[in-house]
Structures are given as structure tokens and as C-alpha cells.
Design a protein around this ligand. Structure first.
Ligand code: HPA
Ligand code: MG
Length: 183
């Protein structure tokens, strides 16, 4: 899927395919430097992180395994607490592992904060985060992100794994939707 397939549903391209590629290459280089001599367990958060995982994992030279989690927040009442329900847990034992969580976007930070503490409690040697996007204005809790792609405004974005009502994940860029799409 690309911009031509979207008609007037696309408002603007925020980050182009080439910009994403270049940034992921920089992030992979730093990851390789930091993890030299070690092995990484890449943990992707479904479904948004699929594209970042596929591209970032292929740019990393350090030996790496890939595993996935699916989580959902419990609902409005517990949203501010960041308590999440695990819909699909990891297949891997984390004992002694160097875990790198791979995310599409950091919004409030609540889910990632919970996830980081949850994975650390399973005996991982280290737990770090790599995220393509971050919305600093939306932060409700400070999460330490070791590898960040782009800081973006607090706007709803789609593409490159990010959806609106499950659509647009397969766009190669990150963009915003025209207002009429939400109506
Ligand atoms: N787009 C899609 N999904 C999201 C976003 C966004 O901007 N922020 C958090 N989840
Ligand atoms: Mg996500």
C-alpha cells in the first residue's frame, strides 16, 4: 500500500520511507555497538511493532532471537495505572537474557513502563527499549528509552505498523489521516 492507494484519506506524510530506513540503520548501529559480544532477545509488542521489528532486526548484526507479546489495557478504570492484561505471553525464558523491547510508538508510556518492570521481574539480565516514535507531550510517566527514532507531536498517526481501526498498518511511511476519515 502507498499514498496513491489512499485517495484523499491521507492528510500528510510525517516521516517518509527513506527517513525511516536511515533512522533504523542508525539505531541498529548503536545497538550493535552496545551489545557487542552478547546476544539479544528482541521482544516485539503486537501488532504495531511488526514493521519496526522486521526492518530493525534485519539491520542488526548482533546475534538475536525474536519473540512477541500481545497486551491490552484493562479498560478505562485502570488506564491511568497502566495495568495491562497479557493476551499472548513470550515463549522464551528471560533468565539472564539481554532483552530489547521493540515498539512502534511511545504515547503515555504506561504500557511500556509496566512491561519493562514485568520483564525485569522475570530475571532478565537487562531490559532496554527501542522505539521508532515517541510523543513527548503525551507522556504520563517517564520511561527510559535507550534507542529512539523520532519525537513527534501528540497527533494520531498511521502507517508502518500503526493502525486506525486495523487499517493502514501496511503503509511504508508514517502519516496523518484527513479529518473526514474519523467522521
Ligand atoms: N496511532 C496509532 N496507534 C497508536 C497511536 C497513534 O498515533 N498512539 C498510540 N497507539
Ligand atoms: Mg504498539
Amino acid at each position: 500500500m502507498d499514498a496513491n492507494d489512499m485517495g484523499n484519506a491521507l492528510e500528510k506524510v510525517l516521516i517518509s520511507e527513506q527517513e525511516i530506513k536511515d533512522k533504523l540503520a542508525q539505531m541498529a548501529k548503536k545497538i550493535d555497538e552496545d551489545y557487542r559480544g552478547r546476544e539479544i532477545l528482541l521482544v516485539g509488542v503486537l501488532k504495531g511493532a511488526t514493521m519496526v521489528m522486521a526492518d530493525l532486526a534485519r539491520l542488526i548484526h548482533t546475534p538475536a532471537e525474536i519473540d512477541w507479546m500481545a497486551v491490552s489495557s484493562y479498560g478505562a478504570a485502570t488506564k491511568s495505572s497502566g495495568v495491562v492484561k497479557i493476551l499472548k505471553d513470550l515463549d522464551s525464558d528471560l533468565t539472564g537474557r539481554d532483552v530489547l523491547i521493540v515498539e512502534d510508538v511511545i504515547d503515555s508510556g504506561l504500557t511500556l513502563d509496566w512491561l519493562t518492570r514485568n520483564l525485569s521481574s522475570r530475571g532478565a539480565a537487562s531490559v532496554e527499549i527501542a522505539a521508532l516514535l515517541r510523543k513527548p507531550e503525551a507522556a504520563k510517566v517517564e520511561v527510559e528509552v535507550k534507542y529512539i527514532g523520532f519525537d513527534i507531536p501528540d497527533e494520531f498517526v498511521i502507517g508502518y505498523g500503526l493502525d486506525y481501526a486495523e487499517k493502514y498498518r501496511n503503509l511504508p511511511f508514517v502519516g496523518t489521516l484527513a479529518p473526514q476519515v474519523y467522521q
